[in-house]
Design a protein around this ligand. Structure first.
Ligand SMILES: CC(C)(COP(=O)(O)OP(=O)(O)OC[C@H]1O[C@@H](n2cnc3c(N)ncnc32)[C@H](O)[C@@H]1OP(=O)(O)O)[C@@H](O)C(=O)NCCC(=O)NCCS
Length: 200
């Protein structure tokens, strides 16, 4: 089990977790960037139940203070059509624990999981999900911060004609290719990034 010493005490990094390991843990009440903390805990449990769902948490004492989730992409978008693709659905660190290197360590721990090397992992970053107010960063500074954070575990920005990404120039698609991804799966991914060209 990995541990990080922070000015507020030791943080442990756990995963991949099953429902039974998540259930007894408390959820820090400020894990509310995407939804109320209680509902976010429910989302963690639901992802852990999915066949391809992967949950890693950062924990202090008995409390979850951060998490990162991986799952098969939603059936409504194009990415779901790829056979070896997972989406990093969310990463969040409680504002009580921000800027202590926890997100960075959590990602590094999660990507030690050899299972993730068998996937193309994407993150679709929409600026309306970002904590601009809490961070004090501008949209462009926040984008740079995320590019660096995800870049530290091998994600690279990719251009795409996905209409949701194109809705704002700060939005971005970032991709990490697992070490055992085949050329066939790479080609399938390339074909998905620009779909409009199929109809030209
Ligand atoms: C983005 C987020 C996960 C970062 O968590 P964190 O634990 O504070 O990040 P870390 O401490 O590991 O910092 C990672 C890097 O980002 C930088 N950073 C993070 N927050 C910052 C801030 N508010 N201002 C300036 N730099 C910041 C750190 O300095 C660090 O850079 P470095 O590697 O050069 O030292 C956290 O702010 C969060 O939960 N935000 C809300 C949800 C969100 O936006 N998720 C991402 C999209 S899914």
């Amino acid at each position: 089990m990995a541990i990080l010493a922070t000015p507020k005490g030791q943080v442990e990094f756990l995963g991949p977790l099953i429902r039974e390991s998540i259930e007894p843990l408390d959820m820090n009440k400020n894990l509310n960037n995407f939804r109320r903390a209680s509902r976010q805990k429910e989302a963690l449990l639901q992802v852990s139940d999915l066949p391809e769902g992967i949950v890693y948490v950062a924990k202090h004492a008995n409390e979850i203070i951060g998490y990162v989730l991986f799952q098969h992409p939603s059936e409504f978008g194009r990415w779901n059509k790829h056979p070896r693709l997972l989406e990093l659905g969310a990463i969040e660190i409680s504002r009580d624990w921000k800027c202590m290197g926890i997100a960075s360590k959590l990602l590094h721990e999660a990507f030690k999981n050899p299972e993730l090397e068998e996937y193309i992992v994407i993150t679709t970053e929409f600026y309306w999900h970002w904590d601009l107010e809490g961070s004090g960063l501008s949209v462009w500074q926040y984008q740079r911060m995320l590019k660096k954070l995800f870049g530290s575990v091998g994600f690279k920005r990719r251009h795409t004609d996905d209409p949701e990404i194109l809705e704002h120039s700060a939005n971005m698609l970032m991709v990490r290719f697992g070490k055992t991804i085949t050329d066939v799966h790479l080609k399938a991914f390339e074909d998905l990034t620009y779909q409009a060209s199929i109809f030209v």
